[in-house]
Design a protein around this ligand. Structure first.
Ligand code: SF4
Ligand code: SF4
Length: 232
């Protein structure tokens, strides 16, 4: 899931400064699960903004709503409070949601209420940890399921750097060395030969240097066209 955390309240207030009528829009998916941007958080943030506005005699008025997914055209109609009726929308979805909604409502400023941080897993109550960086060329098959792109501080792909020390990363003694973990995991799996193979330099073009990435499933696109044609 995509993990995000709410921006500091002062930064949000600063962003909203030019606007009077504001909609705080939550997202019912990843950011609801990581307790940052769901309906409850949208309601709380709107209440906090209204309290601050009344204490400081500001004209700003905040309302809230939440849709199933801000990153999915299918749920656009879920919005009961129409964005075009507001001076600005403070979206507390991830950056994908903010960006997509900005395209869907070009006349309304969409502002980010969250900092989108990483792709992570809920590892214990209240804790999310990064597991993937979305690099576009997954190597987990030969790293024992441990991602060197997300978990190694230098995103190395050919084993430890010279700074690894007793299982810890040279960047911080708080961090495990990802490649030490990969070595231990491959040893457990009886697949240390994978560790010894020299990997060719990665094609980072599959990451982000070639511009925004896209995934298209032809069969779904064809199905949707057929459905549209049968509805005419
Ligand atoms: S190798 Fe790439 S796709 Fe695979 S988990 Fe790591 S960042 Fe994600
Ligand atoms: S010490 Fe390990 S985790 Fe840290 S940068 Fe070097 S190889 Fe990567």
């Amino acid at each position: 899931m995509i993990v995000g955390e709410r921006k500091p309240f002062d930064e949000i207030v600063d962003m909203l400064q030019p606007y009077e009528k504001v909609l705080v829009l939550g997202c019912g998916s990843c950011v609801t699960v990581c307790v940052s941007g769901g309906e409850k958080q949208a309601q709380e943030l709107a209440a906090q903004l209204n309290l601050q506005a009344s204490q400081k005699n500001l004209k700003r008025e905040a309302d809230f709503d939440c849709i199933t997914r801000q990153c999915d055209l299918e749920f656009k109609e879920n919005i009961t409070k129409k964005p075009e009726n507001y001076d600005a929308v403070l979206s507390i979805a991830c950056g994908v949601g903010v960006g997509f909604m900005s395209e869907l409502y070009p006349d309304v400023p969409f502002l980010p209420g969250l900092n989108t941080t990483f792709y992570g897993a809920n590892t214990e109550p209240g804790t999310w940890k990064e597991y993937c960086h979305g690099c576009g060329d997954c190597v987990l098959a030969w790293t024992g399921g441990i991602c060197p792109i997300a978990k190694c501080s230098k995103s190395l792909i050919n084993g430890t750097c010279g700074g690894t020390d007793d299982g810890k990363c040279e960047v911080s003694e708080e961090l495990d060395c990802a490649w030490y973990k990969i070595y231990e995991r491959l040893k457990e799996l009886g697949r240390l030969e994978e560790y010894r193979k020299m990997r060719l330099p990665r094609d980072w073009g599959k990451d982000r240097s070639n511009g925004p990435r896209r995934l298209s499933h032809e069969e779904l696109m064809e199905l949707s066209e057929e459905e549209e044609a049968s509805n005419v």
